[in-house]
Design a protein around this ligand. Structure first.
Ligand SMILES: [Zn+2]
Length: 249
């Protein structure tokens, strides 16, 4: 199965077995110096991906707490990790156009700052939404969830500190924005049974991973699977990979 999503092409069969949840990060064209190129999807590609799913009969829905079998309707969920300003600027108008609800997972201790957890590894600097921008996101009817205080590697830090990242971020977001924060996103998709327990204890109802796959009946709400979204490979790279017998998305 493909780990990433670019278009419905090779996902049609998989998407029939449960609810797909898609993971986006930045909605902008990929900068020349980007190191993790998969973090960037252009507005044009986002629009095309949503249009394609709608044409194929998918409805976009909020992240549910349980995934009951529903043969009558094909649902898909959209999530945006880290809280980049370009999601408000570039994605929100497209989401509106497609009547798509969306969840933004916010790094609560980094409002109005930048993606330092990536830039220390040489990634291009990206601005994160400040309070006013998050209020605007909420005013437009979209939701927020927590992505910790500082985007740490949770399995690598002491439990007490992990609890502060998980529980403290929820309280801070709820106090600041006066909305319930019921969903959590594991940084780097890193999760252990102990971390799941912390998330449960902190009062969240759902948590999302980066494990690829769709979510069917009986899906554990604290280990929700998601596909990372990638822009389509450029035609030359695609051809070169094909000729070398490599897998393409
Ligand atoms: Zn993240």
């Amino acid at each position: 199965m493909n780990k990433n999503y670019t278009s419905l092409n090779r996902m049609r069969d998989v998407f029939q077995n449960g609810v797909p949840v898609l993971t986006y990060h930045q909605i902008r064209s990929c900068p020349w110096k980007a190191r993790i190129r998969g973090l960037y999807v252009s507005p044009r590609v986002l629009n095309r991906q949503l249009a394609e799913l709608r044409t194929a009969g998918f409805s976009f829905v909020d992240l549910p707490a349980s995934f009951a079998p529903d043969n009558a309707q094909k649902n898909a969920v959209l999530t945006f990790d880290d809280g980049y300003s370009n999601v408000l600027e570039n994605a929100a108008p497209i989401l509106k156009r497609h009547q798509a609800p969306a969840m933004l997972y916010i790094v609560a201790g980094m409002l109005g700052k930048t993606n330092v957890w990536d830039t220390v590894h040489g990634e291009v600097v990206g601005s994160l939404m400040n309070k006013e921008q998050i209020r605007e996101w909420l005013d437009q009817g979209f939701r927020i969830g927590s992505h910790t205080m500082t985007h740490p590697h949770l399995p690598a830090i002491p439990r007490r500190q992990a609890m502060q990242e998980i529980d403290g971020s929820r309280k801070m977001l709820e106090d600041t924005f006066q909305v319930p924060v019921l969903s959590f996103c594991y940084p780097y998709g890193e999760v252990t049974p102990q971390i799941v327990e912390c998330v449960r204890q902190a009062g969240y109802q759902t948590a999302v991973t980066l494990d690829p796959g769709v979510n069917g009946h009986g899906q554990d709400p604290f280990l929700i699977k998601r596909f990372g979204v990638r822009r389509p490979m450029n035609p030359l790279k695609r051809l070169s990979r094909l000729m070398r017998g490599k897998e393409i998305d």
